[in-house]
Design a protein around this ligand. Structure first.
Ligand code: UD1
Length: 363
């Protein structure tokens, strides 16, 4: 069975890695990694592939950055060429980035079955490009592998046959467990001169937070005031960096003594900082899950989340710029919730997906 694993942007790499490693020794399966090129910088792509011990992609489509229509259109054209040249028997798409949707549609139109890993998540916020990607992908996929029960419920509610849905758990946790010892050996915290639990780790990249000058300016002010209380470590995503520079906010951040800014970090480096930090302030999806699993407090500056289990069970809280301070106080005073680990976030998701693949292939 020839399987394509679609890897486009940074968060996809942590989702395909455990699956690739799980499948590589199965003689009945030939898995090939398709890198679409949405994330292409060394520190957004190669460093992470290397950390996750992935081989070079078997196919690189070379679609770089651009508008949504450019990305989706170019991806469909290039991936269709690829499939016509060398057809797959199953296409596995992960997460909710533009390639998830574009490659799912392309494969489906060529009558190739599509499996969506991390199916069923919904923020119910149609201003998020990811919500559209999730909805379109889930409306045409053949197999739905969900990370949490809310995913199953959302899919059933939208009319998907429950027989096609399998609750497999959270594949990101597999990456974390697979790499745990190596993460622990990382010394980025020493290099940055950071003491355990003595800093907050910050990431922002959502268009809703970083594409608007006024909003980004308020976030920068918040970080500056936070840095009076605790050291702030801020690895900056390329989208955010571009906007900080365009809005003349970058120098303001650079001047702050208690704010340590850096380029995007590799997987192991970043995870080491999560292990060591006091709490995380973010708008990322994946980090909400990793912190819940590690029971590290996470404040998410968003109005909604497609990962509600991180709030109801885990250590995540959705915050606004108005109420973030009271939540920070709770964390610093030791009054913050402790959290529980959601069901099937156990590092064995790739194994369960492998079983599903063998069922699909009848072997
Ligand atoms: C994308 C995903 C988002 C995911 C995020 C993780 C979509 C719609 N968005 O958003 O769901 O949470 O990745 O990071 O698919 N850039 C570089 N170098 C790179 C990558 C990007 O300079 O290696 C630049 C791009 O050229 C672009 C900007 O950063 O100008 C944003 O990149 P893009 O991939 O469009 O969106 P993300 O914000 O990364």
């Amino acid at each position: 069975m020839k399987i394509d694993l679609i890897a486009a942007a940074r968060p996809n790499f942590m989702k395909i890695a455990p699956l690739y490693h799980e499948l590589k020794n199965d003689k009945d399966v030939k898995a090939r990694i398709i890198h679409t090129g949405q994330h292409y910088d060394r520190n957004m792509f190669e460093d992470i592939f290397k950390d996750l011990e992935l081989p070079n992609p078997h196919v690189s489509l070379g679609i770089g950055g651009g508008t949504h229509a450019y990305q989706v259109g170019s991806l469909m054209i290039e991936y269709e060429k690829q499939l016509l040249k060398d057809r797959a028997d199953l296409v596995i798409v992960v997460g909710d980035v533009n390639a998830t949707m574009a490659c799912a549609v392309t494969a489906k139109k060529l009558h190739i079955p599509v499996a969506h890993l991390e199916a069923g998540l919904r923020s119910f916020d149609m201003t998020m490009p990811e919500e559209i990607n999730r909805m379109v992908t889930d409306s045409i996929s053949d197999y739905f592998w969900t990370p949490s029960i809310d995913g199953n419920e959302n899919l059933v509610r939208s009319g998907i046959d429950p027989q096609k849905i399998e609750f497999v758990g959270n594949i990101m946790i597999d990456s974390l467990e697979m790499m745990r010892e190596k993460i622990e050996r990382e010394d980025i915290d020493k290099k940055f001169n950071l003491n355990r639990k003595d800093f907050v780790l910050v990431t922002f990249h959502r268009p809703s937070n970083v594409d608007n000058k006024e909003r980004l300016s308020k976030i920068v002010d918040k970080l500056i005031s936070l840095s009076q209380k605790i050291k702030v470590v801020f690895p900056i995503h390329p989208r955010t960096l571009q906007n900080l520079k365009n809005f003349f906010l970058f120098e303001k951040l650079q001047k702050e003594k208690n704010i340590l800014i850096s380029e995007p970090l590799s997987y192991k480096q970043f995870m080491k900082l999560i292990f060591e930090c006091r709490f995380v302030l973010t708008d990322s999806g994946g980090i909400q899950e990793e912190t819940t699993y590690l029971k590290i407090p996470c404040l998410t500056l968003r109005d909604n989340t497609e990962r509600p289990v991180t709030v109801t069970k885990g250590t995540n809280t959705l915050v606004t710029l108005e109420n973030v301070d009271e939540n920070i106080e709770k964390i610093l005073n030791g009054n913050y919730k402790k959290g529980e680990i959601p069901l099937l976030w156990d590092g064995k998701t790739a194994l369960r997906v492998h079983k599903e693949i063998r069922k699909i292939g009848n072997f």
